[in-house]
Design a protein around this ligand. Structure first.
Ligand code: ADP
Length: 458
């Protein structure tokens, strides 16, 4: 490994790749390191959907939208705890970031959009494979093509090295050999993601997020960058806000992408009693809390063949679907009676609930839960009923940064040479992140951090 670089980027999720490629394109010699043997972080595990107001598909479909509307949704969705200036940068940078992914990264997109909970309109782009790995594999290839980038896997950042207040290097360890060494540098970009996989750290900041709650996250996201930044004098903000995703595998915690029928076409959520209990396009925290209060702490998502066909999600996520079906987490049958019986859900009540839903669809409004999206009836089988539980998905808190992605101390001073982007930062998502805003954030602030770090290193 190189003994020195201009910029060291720690973490190979979307934020890390965006920072490394941008810094290299600005003339810096860059080391991008990842502690795991696999690149991509939670970004690769995610659906990769990206909130982009004013995108080409919205234009094609005649959907009106604006960065201001996205910023408003994000701020409201996070109970106005997010910093309006940072949120505005994310929203205004969205379109350019999506174009950067297309033209710099070679990322391809579906000709379709999703409407996530808490968003006022359909605005989220979907990568071609409906996975964030479409982004991280393409960005890996791009990074390998750029000679100014040295990509190191199995390389864990242990600590930041400082000369006075300023960052002067990173102490690292090869996770295969155990060997430790130092890479001298002028700037560091922390892109280490959140701390969803670190139960001890979760409980330290939010005692409710204990080991009983599973996690959707990569084993690599253990808050290392947050701890290193704190050690270098950075301020941590919003650390208590930890998001659970409502639709996860009850036994593994994996996020269930088959459940995206809810966001792309139609699904309703019921409890063991066969009753709806929450608006299906509510915020993740609201749905999660509502599920937790139902019998068995479990929700059941119901959709029909038409939804499966319209979205193609059972084919896109065929491995996941087969696995869920073999374990009876999802049950497919011709009648509501059969799917209900398989999960011990009250069949008569479920039928009544579906009849009521279909009647609401005809009226075009949902007097029970004020469903905000387009309402599609569930009139014909086969039906699918899927059990789900919330699992830890995203940590809203982290390092405080300014508009140039500089890490700030409690007194608001920039720590010379220290930059941060992505889930490792706080104050953007407030108390609760809306779906598909993470991609918008990591590629926008990742690129800003890369540019700032390269400038600082000059
Ligand atoms: P983001 O969405 O903000 O880009 P991700 O979760 O996608 O974040 O990626 C973060 C990556 O950083 C993960 O792959 C994780 O394994 C890696 N990582 C975390 N801590 C360290 C560390 N100390 N050294 C190197 N890589 C790290």
């Amino acid at each position: 490994p190189p003994a020195e670089a201009d910029v060291v980027v720690i973490g190979s999720g979307g934020a890390g790749f965006a920072a490394a490629i941008t810094a290299a394109n600005a003339g810096a010699r860059v080391v991008l390191m990842e502690k795991l043997g696999v690149l991509g972080g939670d970004t690769a595990l995610s659906g990769g959907e990206m909130a982009v107001p004013g995108n080409w598909i919205q234009k094609h479909e005649g959907i009106e939208d604006s960065p201001e509307a996205l910023a408003e949704d994000m701020l409201k969705g996070g109970d106005h705890v997010g910093d309006p200036d940072l949120v505005r940068i994310v929203a205004e940078g969205a379109l350019e970031s999506s174009q950067w992914l297309t033209f710099e990264g070679g990322v391809a997109w579906k000709h379709d959009l999703m409407q996530f909970g808490g968003h006022t309109t359909k605005r989220s782009l979907i990568p071609l494979t409906h996975s964030g790995s479409e982004m991280t594999t393409k960005l890996t290839r791009r990074a390998r093509d750029i000679s100014a980038i040295t990509l190191l896997d199995c390389t864990r950042a242990l600590d930041l090295v400082r000369a006075g207040d300023a960052i002067s290097g990173v102490k690292v360890q090869n996770t295969q050999t155990g060997a430790e060494f130092t890479i001298a540098c002028k700037a560091v970009v922390l892109a280490t993601g959140g701390f969803g996989s670190n139960v001890e750290m979760r409980v330290k900041y939010n005692p409710a997020m204990d080991e009983k709650i599973l996690s959707t996250d990569s084993v690599g996201v253990t808050g290392d960058g947050i701890v290193m930044a704190e050690g270098a004098g950075a301020e941590l903000v919003d650390m208590q806000y930890i998001q659970t995703y409502p639709v996860c595998d009850p036994s593994s915690g994996a996020l269930l992408y088959v459940g995206d029928v809810r966001l792309q076409y139609q699904a309703i959520m019921v409890n063991k009693g066969g009753m709806r209990f929450v608006e299906e396009l509510e915020r993740r925290d609201v749905i999660s809390n509502a599920i937790t209060q139902q019998e068995g702490g479990t929700g059941y998502l119901l959709f029909c063949q038409k939804g499966a066909d319209a979205t193609g999600l059972l084919e896109t996520h065929a491995d996941e679907y087969d696995n869920l079906e073999s374990r009876k987490v999802i049950v497919k049958a011709d009648t509501l009676d059969e799917v209900a019986a398989a999960h011990g859900v009250d069949p008569a009540a479920l039928k009544k609930t579906v009849d009521a839903w279909n009647a609401h669809c005809k009226d075009g409004k949902d007097p029970e839960f004020s469903y905000r999206g387009k309402m599609n009836p569930l009139e014909e089988g086969p039906y699918y009923l899927m059990a789900c539980k919330p699992a830890v998905h995203y940590t809203m808190g982290g390092v405080r940064i300014d508009s140039e992605a500089r890490a700030l101390s409690a007194s608001g001073e920039a720590i010379p040479g220290l930059f941060a982007a992505g889930e490792v930062t706080g104050q953007i998502m407030g108390t609760n992140r809306l779906g598909s805003c993470s991609m918008t954030d990591i590629y926008t602030f990742g690129r800003i951090a890369g540019a700032s770090a390269a400038r600082h290193a000059r």
